[in-house]
Design a protein around this ligand. Structure first.
Ligand code: TRP
Length: 338
């Protein structure tokens, strides 16, 4: 039986952090290891360039960092096809054809794009390529005929826009070659890991991250600086666990739920100090991240192998995209010489 196709990806704009880890990477490894899916993972460098065109070194340098993070957490290139978006030029032609099916106002209304325009201060001058990246993402997804797209919640408008494009295309060109994808969205607290400063989201731009590649000392320092309960001043004071990042992280990473519940009660009663809970979290997080870091360092020694993974993955991906583009050209009727 044909396996369901999964496509997911990341913009290479830096190393991946534990927010990526709990929000998506762990789940990818799980999906991969079921062997039930045809798993494709794209490093979306072209998309990353839509708001970093003047800083291509950042994207270029992040490419291997992202791949190393993938391999370190257990994404296995023998089970998951890992490839680079820019190496599949067929995606660009698909984008061109889809652009004709989308109105400018529909793009301007895309909530994710709207939000990102604000965040980047693009209001007065939006790079055209940035505005249309949802269409390019539709090309990514449809090129692989992906049925399932595991993404963060902020990406739902992208999937919706892709579904609209698929419906338009299939209806206008009287075909059924394109597939409407479904999003797989992470649930629970790990879906949106707060940063170590207690801000709602861990993100590189806020400087509140713990990277998968951070060394032992850096991790410890970050944990010791974590936001807890600002009113928990003396050890005897009753403490609050809501919004207390140490407890949020313990909730995710601590497997001993009985002990964790005892600690929570103790903290709320008073008498359990911040240093103690931080030391405990440090122990747990170090144990979780050390094997990842060790694997990462090992893979890092073999650059040739890393490029080989990406080259082979991109070749396979390009074949698939070429087939879809052929079908799309046929459907539109511009395959003149066949
Ligand atoms: N937009 C996604 C992000 O910022 C990355 C991405 C690009 C993607 N193309 C994709 C994700 C296709 C899933 C499928 O995270």
């Amino acid at each position: 039986m044909k396996k369901e196709v999964i496509l997911t990806g990341d913009r290479p704009t830096g190393k991946l952090h534990i927010g990526h880890y709990v929000g998506s990477l762990i789940n990818r490894v799980k999906l991969q290891d079921t062997n039930d899916y045809d798993m494709n993972i794209m490093i979306a460098d072209t998309q990353a360039l839509t708001d970093n065109a003047r800083n291509p070194e950042k994207i270029r340098n992040s490419l291997l960092e992202v791949l190393l993070d993938y391999l370190a957490v257990g994404i296995d290139p023998k089970k998951s096809n890992i490839f680079i978006q820019s190496q599949i030029p067929e995606l660009n032609e698909l984008t061109m054809h889809y652009l004709n099916l989308v109105s400018l106002s529909r793009l301007e209304r895309n909530p994710t794009v709207k939000n990102e325009i604000k965040e980047r201060g693009f209001e007065n001058s939006i790079p055209a390529g940035f505005l249309i990246y949802p269409v390019s993402q539709a090309a990514d997804i449809t090129a692989f005929k992906a049925e399932l797209v595991p993404v963060g919640e902020d990406q739902l408008p992208m999937i919706e826009q892709t579904r609209e494009i698929v419906r338009s295309f299939n209806s206008i060109y009287k075909t059924n070659i394109l597939i409407e994808p479904k999003a797989i969205i992470p649930e629970g607290i790990s879906a949106r890991l707060p940063g170590i400063d207690g801000k709602s989201k861990m993100s590189k731009s806020l400087g509140n991250t713990i990277y998968l590649s951070d060394d032992e000392d850096t991790i410890r320092k970050k944990i010791m600086s974590m936001y807890t309960d600002p009113n928990h001043i003396r050890v005897e004071d009753p403490g609050n666990i809501e919004g207390n990042v140490v407890f949020t992280y313990l909730e995710i990473f601590c497997k001993d739920k009985i002990l964790l519940n005892e600690m929570k009660e103790h903290y709320k009663r008073g008498g359990l100090g911040d240093v103690k809970i931080k030391k405990y979290l440090n122990e747990i997080l170090q144990a979780e991240l050390k094997p990842i870091r060790v694997r990462r360092n090992d893979f890092e020694k073999n650059k040739d192998y890393l490029y080989e993974i990406l080259r082979e993955g991109s070749l396979i991906a390009r074949n698939i995209a070429t087939n879809t583009l052929d079908e799309v050209r046929n459907a539109i009727g511009i395959n003149y010489f066949n």
